[in-house]
Design a protein around this ligand. Structure first.
Ligand code: 5GP
Length: 304
């Protein structure tokens, strides 16, 4: 039997009000006016509360620094189904969620902080594609433009892909101390990270992403120990070879040289703070951006 017209109108008004109230709770958590732990406790103490009807996934997503990729993983680890609402949690799920929120809580206190993140990994793993995706989709992150002595490839633009400079100009920049780091890559050309744009971006409170080789990553860690090093991994070695050959822009000799470098580079992954597998560009980029924010939060805690 259908409810009378007047009841239906009232029910739909109530549903709209509940949605608004849930949005207000999420906003408060996101703006750090309310802790996720207190939302959980309210939900558990009163099944009538608006908090009780909030999905666990939405609560986690409203926590600053947690994006969809990480939330999905956290929920898997906590063994909580994506559609679960707070009031519907089992005893063990509640305990696991409580413990997770408690250990996470101090990390999100504080304000914004700038970060220096290095994305490295073996040649042809897709660092350029992932960092390009970040440049397009996360405009708050400054993607550093390196200087190089190698010749431009078709389609590359000076000042966007790289600053293409002569050997003499590169020498001058080294001598003037203009590089945060620089290295000879693939035993051939020199590549360096110009320091001034990075200092300016960090001073403005922006995060900075460097897409450089492993020798460069090591130098950055030495110069700036607070930098976060992220290692991008191919799904498999065969896939890496396929990507390298598939690019078709290098000669056979060049491909051989790059594969040799890649083997040495893969061996360096344990030196890095985080590893991200590049199965899918969008997911890998989201993970790198999330790592920036997580690192931010951990640093803030260690400063307290
Ligand atoms: P490609 O010639 O294919 O553009 O780049 C070759 C390698 O040089 C890549 O592994 C890339 O990450 C690295 N690279 C690009 N810019 C820099 C930089 O400024 N410093 C260092 N150390 N490596 C860089």
């Amino acid at each position: 039997m259908n409810p009378p017209e007047v009841d239906r109108a009232a029910a739909s008004r109530a549903a709209v009000a509940a949605r608004r109230a849930r949005a207000a709770v999420k906003r408060a958590v996101n703006e750090r006016r309310l802790s996720a732990t207190s939302v959980l406790e309210t939900a558990l103490s009163s099944t009538e509360s608006i908090e009780a009807t909030l999905r666990v996934r939405d609560l986690l997503l409203s926590i600053p620094g947690l994006g969809p990729v990480r939330v999905e993983r956290i929920m898997e680890r906590l063994e909580i189904a994506p559609s679960k609402r707070l009031a519907g949690l089992g005893v063990h799920q509640r305990d696991r969620l409580r413990a997770f929120l408690a250990q996470r809580a101090p990390r999100v206190e504080g304000g914004e902080q700038s970060r220096l993140v290095v994305l490295a990994g073996p040649t042809a793993v897709g660092k350029g594609t992932v960092s390009g995706y970040i440049r397009e989709n996360y405009p708050d992150v400054l993607l550093s433009v390196s200087a190089t002595t190698r010749a431009p490839r078709p389609g590359e633009i000076d000042g966007v892909s790289y600053y293409f400079v002569t050997d003499e100009e590169f020498d001058r920049m080294v001598e003037a101390g203009e590089f945060l780091e620089w290295a000879v890559v693939h035993n051939k050309s020199r590549y360096g990270t110009p320091r001034p744009p990075i200092d300016a971006a960090l001073a403005e409170g922006r995060s900075v992403l460097l897409e450089i080789d492993i020798q460069g990553a090591r130098q950055v860690k030495q110069a700036e120990p607070s930098a976060t090093l992220v290692f991008l991994l191919p799904p498999t070695w065969d896939e890496l070879v396929r990507r390298l050959i598939g690019r078709g822009t290098e000669t056979l000799e060049e491909q051989q040289r790059r594969l040799t470098t890649a083997k040495v580079e893969l061996a360096a992954q344990d030196e890095f703070d985080f590893r991200v597998v590049n199965n899918d560009v969008q997911a890998a980029a989201a993970e790198v951006v999330e790592l920036m924010q997580i690192q931010k939060a951990i640093d803030l805690r260690s400063k307290e």
